[in-house]
Design a binder for this molecule. Structure first.
Ligand SMILES: [Zn+2]
Length: 138
């Protein structure tokens, strides 16, 4: 199977896809639109936005929308995830845990709404000591 490496072109495209996705966020309550884009090992892109709800706890983060879209289409291995907010907010703990299910090496690129990179780190740095499949013998 083709192994996708994160070239500078792919990095830029990933961030740009998250910038574009963010414009479709449904965030009428927080007014904090978030866009995410995920690059899979097989070279496919999946975008996500935060989707809020009048019953607040039903809301879902952009990162998990992107990840669940990818999983539902057969993807299991991820190279990188870009997340874009107005001010370079980083993925929440729940999203970090969901990402950890599919590997500790995924690169997380955090950018602002203009696409300027604010922070980047491996998931293993964002969620050290994560509980994962290995803890259940997988
Ligand atoms: Zn989250």
């Amino acid at each position: 199977m083709m192994e996708t490496m994160l070239t500078s072109e792919l990095r830029s495209e990933l961030v740009q896809r998250a910038v574009e996705a963010r414009k479709l966020a449904y965030a009428p309550y927080s007014n904090y639109p978030v866009g995410a884009a995920l690059l899979t090992r097989s070279g496919r892109f999946f975008s996500g936005v935060n989707v809020e709800n009048a019953a607040y706890p039903m809301s879902l983060c952009a990162e998990r929308v992107a990840i669940f879209k990818a999983i539902s289409e057969g993807e299991r291995e991820f190279v990188a995830l870009a997340v874009v907010t107005s001010n370079g907010g980083t993925p929440c703990g729940a999203c970090r845990q969901v990402m950890a299910e599919f590997g500790q090496d995924t690169l997380v690129l955090v950018a602002d709404s203009s696409g300027r990179l604010v922070h980047e780190a491996r998931l293993s740095e964002l969620l050290p000591g994560a509980f994962g499949p290995r803890d259940l013998g997988k």
